[in-house]
Design a protein around this ligand. Structure first.
Ligand code: GS8
Length: 223
């Protein structure tokens, strides 16, 4: 009997990626909630001694760390339906963009104020424009539903958890993302993804994310 265990925390978008992927592949797993950042379990420190971060997937005692690498491992290990689409390099490129540039601009909105925050908002909207363009390309001009083309795949899973942060970015940055006029493809894509059981079940509500984002902000900005 194989053993699959996930160490994560309720609010981790990186962890949500792993839970969505396991659900998509119908893999049963045991879940261990971590109390971050100050009360990590011995198991987490032992399984991810390098970064000491969640998520960690433990498969038959063997740890795999870093959410995008875990997605690839899940894809290689379970199920015949592939998460990585035909054009794997393109999906990997944009998932890396989400983790680097896109996330950085979102986090800067949460952690800053005044002109620094204004710049972060401009960067965020520009990065969203890049993703709108990528979706247009990867969905063949909107004729296919997902970044993965006809199937919900790697980049869909990598990006969707962060959309539950949009409301927090808007509230803290005091702006509105002009979805309908500027990002119509992403707008439709989010709604489509939210209909999937794997996503519905594992995404945190916008209100809970806002609570978390405000706690992070408190550590950086005195409002
Ligand atoms: C990021 C994981 C991460 O930041 C991945 O898995 O893709 N590149 C990694 N995990 C956070 C929780 S999510 O905000 C974490 O574990 N933080 C604990 C800490 O930094 O002490």
């Amino acid at each position: 009997m194989e053993q699959v265990k996930v160490l994560s925390s309720e609010t981790s978008p990186f962890g949500m990626r792993v839970l969505i992927a396991l659900e998509e592949k119908s893999v049963k797993y045991e879940y261990q909630q971590e109390d971050l950042p100050f009360n990590k379990s011995d198991l987490l420190l032992q399984m991810n001694p390098v970064y000491k971060k969640v998520p960690v997937l433990i498969h038959n005692g063997q740890p795999i760390c870093e959410s995008l690498i875990i997605l690839e491992y899940i894809d290689e290990t379970w199920g015949s339906e592939k998460i990585l689409p035909y054009n794997r390099a393109l999906a990997r490129f944009w998932a890396d963009f989400v983790d680097k540039k896109f996330l950085d601009s979102g986090i800067r909105i949460v952690k800053s104020e005044d002109e620094v925050q204004e710049q972060a908002k401009r960067d965020f909207l520009e990065n969203l424009q890049y993703l709108e363009g990528a979706l247009e390309k990867m969905s063949a001009g909107g004729t296919l539903p997902f970044f993965g083309g006809k199937d919900f795949g790697f980049l869909d899973i990598a990006f969707i958890p962060f959309t539950s942060w949009f409301h927090a970015f808007e509230t803290i940055g005091n702006f509105k993302i002009p979805f309908e006029t500027e990002y119509p493809m992403l707008d439709a894509w989010v709604k489509r993804c939210m209909e999937r059981e794997s996503v519905k079940k594992n995404l945190l509500s916008s209100d809970r994310v806002l609570e978390t984002a405000l706690k992070i902000r408190k550590r950086f900005v005195v409002d």
